[in-house]
Write a protein that binds this ligand. Structure first.
Ligand code: ADP
Length: 205
């Protein structure tokens, strides 16, 4: 994969329900454009694996498919944003997930002298999400790899409901702010990746 350079920093949010492919696409943007991925899901799984007090507290909430408190995830993001500044910009993956988190992110960006350039909604049909996530768990099981505690049908139902109740209002929020973009998330991974890269490049021009 070639590494392109961006003219200036572009900070983007990837929005979309569980299983839509945010993590996969964020990784491609990291590899191709040198961006920095900030995934609250990964940060929380790391906290769980580390056995820290906070990790223990969030593990059960995550396994059920519920959202972790705004306070915890905002704290995690604040730590990263104040520690690192990257020339190619940040990809927020799985954050913000509530309007309170969106407001907190905006305040943090202002505080650190940065801005948000685009909120990109990855759009897919729900039926595909269930198939992808159940498929991901089956593949991991077949390969003898660990299966995410929340990749089962019961948790997935809750994760989808949490998304529609608490996160999907952010689509309207970023539309009102004039930075919302939509990308069809049902095509080939490469096609989606080039659609996303085009938006990021425009945002950084
Ligand atoms: P998904 O594949 O469902 O998008 P993630 O890996 O982003 O999952 O997150 C897994 C779980 O971690 C969520 O279901 C939730 O419990 C917790 N989590 C991640 N990010 C946030 C957030 N911004 N706010 C609250 N909880 C979060």
């Amino acid at each position: 994969m070639t590494t392109d350079t961006l003219t200036r920093t572009a900070n983007v949010i990837l929005l979309g329900p569980p299983g839509v492919g945010k993590g996969t696409q964020a990784q491609i943007l990291v590899d191709t454009l040198g961006m920095v991925q900030l995934s609250t899901g990964d940060m929380l799984r790391e906290a769980k694996a580390s056995g820290s007090e906070m990790g223990k507290r969030v593990a059960e909430v995550m396994a059920r498919g519920d959202l972790v408190t705004d306070e915890i995830v905002i704290g995690l993001i604040e730590e990263k944003l104040t520690q690192s500044r990257d020339a190619a910009g940040f990809i927020f993956d799985g954050f913000p997930r509530t309007l309170a988190q969106a407001d907190a992110l905006e305040a943090l960006m202002t505080k650190t002298g940065q801005s948000l350039d685009a909120a990109i909604e990855l759009q897919v049909d729900d039926a595909i999400l269930v198939d992808r996530i159940v498929g991901r768990a089956e593949q991991a099981r077949a390969a003898g790899q660990p299966v995410r505690a929340d990749d089962n049908e019961d948790s997935l139902k809750i994760r989808l409901m949490e998304y529609y109740k608490k996160t999907s209002p952010l689509v309207g929020y970023y539309h009102a702010k004039g930075i919302l973009k939509g990308v069809n998330g049902m095509g080939a991974i490469d096609t989606i990746a080039s659609d996303l890269a085009a938006i990021v490049k425009t945002a950084s021009a």
